[in-house]
Design a protein around this ligand. Structure first.
Ligand code: AHR
Length: 495
């Protein structure tokens, strides 16, 4: 019998609120995310609103997605927004050079995206083109979307059918500037950023714009250091970070038939997020001790080989319990670092990488990752409850990782939520949470697990993995004892 892990939850008054924006998503013009994903066109037989699939809108509304990043990714630095406005039949085409070399007809553009965000009840996060665009082009985009007064761009917007500005708050200044965004050095990009940020004006002086610098790839700490050192804080709202859980970029492994060793590696990469956000945040602390600048992990998730028979440039992959565990553990890390991590975007929302939704013509499935996002939404804008514990180990071939990950929060109504993940695929783990100081009378729980680690929801069996009521816990003398089954994610609610 393994010993029970003791967890102490602190109802610390000073703890930060977990920004709802940690639960953000990402939609790129990549593969079947936009076209044949979100957007089917208004002549489609699939139920839609101005071409946007109604079933996807409903599913994402249920998740209360707080923000949606668009149009890329790498695509963003090739995108010229003026190609995507005005009558659809007049819009020019471009070639999507990063993703499959397909012809982009620009039928989904600024109005389509921003109106879709209104349908979803979510905040748009626009990624500006720095790599192949101009300062003027990006400044015009801000004026087009945000200015309510008389100006050339507001006039153009009105001519295109939209009177009121959308008031977009989140603006990315380029994407992966160290790579597909222009292969820039950190110093060069910091200067470019300063220039772009200067001309992206908050047209109505509401102080409402958040300018986000293209961030580091995983452990490129020099990138963060250079940006934090060289960009005046008055121009900097957030610094991004991208980290994918990839086994090996040359041999990413199958999304479903992964080996035990590949599973371990994926989890190792996922849990590395703890070290990454800790170290990037420490660098930010040096230059911004008051924590004004947000750390924004605007791309994260599992990345495997594409599904056999699909376009390699479309990044379509299935989503198993492995992905659910990856998501649960990563979101716990973000929650626990809520003092600095204030926004994040899972890559990507529909049909690409670690998607929450997969579609096949008229069919749509919710992946295990979707269910995690749904279970965890209780943490959005709730107050973090810091906790302390030492995790039991998940050992594989002489190497080990912490098996259990936990985060806890108190929402505005006073309910407490604790999310627990056990990544160990072979062993249940028992934890004992001291809830004496939390004033909890009733506890209930939800669990996501399955018979096999490699299980997934398919178009033939769409509900194979679904959250279930969880009851394997006992409360005695202020101690909440929980058995977390192997490869499972649990969210407990205490009232
Ligand atoms: O999400 C897929 C791609 O991964 C994005 O376009 C890019 O920013 C990253 O390299």
């Amino acid at each position: 019998q393994e010993k029970t892990t003791k967890i102490t939850i602190n109802a610390d008054e000073k703890s930060p609120v977990i920004s709802k924006h940690i639960y953000g998503h990402f939609a790129e013009h990549l593969g079947r995310c936009i076209y044949d994903g979100f957007y089917v066109g208004d002549s489609s037989s699939i139920a839609n609103t101005d071409g946007i699939r109604n079933d996807i809108v409903e599913a994402l509304k249920e998740l209360q997605i707080p923000n949606l990043r668009w149009p890329g990714g790498c695509f963003a630095d090739t995108y010229h927004w003026k190609d995507g406005i005005g009558p659809k039949e007049d819009r020019p085409t471009i070639v999507n050079t990063w993703w499959g070399g397909v012809t982009e007809d620009n039928s989904f553009g600024t109005h389509d995206f921003l109106n879709m965000c209104e349908l979803l009840g979510t905040e748009p996060y626009l990624s500006g083109n720095v790599g192949s665009g101009t300062v003027q082009e990006l400044a015009d985009w801000v004026q087009y979307t945000n200015f309510g007064g008389i100006s050339p761009m507001s006039k153009l917007r009105e001519e295109n059918g939209r009177k009121e500005p959308w008031k977009v708050k989140f603006w990315g200044i380029g994407n992966e500037a160290w790579g597909c965004g222009g292969n820039m050095t950190a110093d060069y990009y910091a200067n470019e950023y300063r220039k772009y940020a200067t001309f992206i004006s908050d047209w109505e002086n509401t102080g409402g714009l958040l300018r986000i610098a293209s961030g580091a790839s995983s452990d490129d700490y020099n990138w963060t250091e250079t940006l934090m050192k060289n960009i005046p804080k008055s121009l900097l709202g957030g610094v991004a970070l991208h980290h994918y859980s990839v086994i090996d970029w040359k041999k990413k492994g199958d999304a479903v038939t992964f080996t035990d060793a590949q599973y371990f590696r994926t989890m190792e990469e996922a849990l590395k997020m703890e070290e990454l956000v800790t170290k990037h945040a420490a660098i930010m602390d040096k230059y911004d001790p008051k924590k004004k600048v947000d750390l924004i992990v605007d791309e994260w998730g599992g990345w495997y080989e594409v599904e056999k028979g699909t376009n390699p440039g479309f990044l379509y992959q299935q989503n198993t319990m492995r992905d659910a565990l990856l998501a649960g553990a990563t979101l716990n890390i973000f929650n626990n670092h809520a003092d600095r991590v204030r926004m994040a975007n899972l890559a990507q929302a529909v049909n690409v990488l670690q998607a929450v939704i997969l579609t096949d013509k008229a069919k749509m499935i919710l992946t295990p990752t979707y269910h995690i996002m749904n279970m965890y939404k209780v943490h959005q804008d709730a107050k973090l409850l810091p906790l302390a514990f030492e995790s039991p180990k998940y050992t594989f071939e002489g190497k080990s990782l912490p098996a259990v990950s936990v985060s806890a929060s108190k929402d505005k109504k006073g309910s407490i939520h604790v999310s627990l993940v056990n990544i160990d695929p072979t062993k249940d783990n028992e934890v004992e949470i001291d809830i004496t100081k939390l004033g909890i009378k009733n506890v209930s729980g939800t669990i996501l697990t399955s018979k096999n680690l490699r299980d997934y929801n398919s178009f033939d069996e769409p509900n194979k993995i679904e959250p279930q009521i969880f009851k394997k816990f006992k409360v005695k003398k202020g101690l909440l004892k929980v058995t977390i089954p192997a490869f499972s994610v649990i969210v407990l609610e205490g009232k």
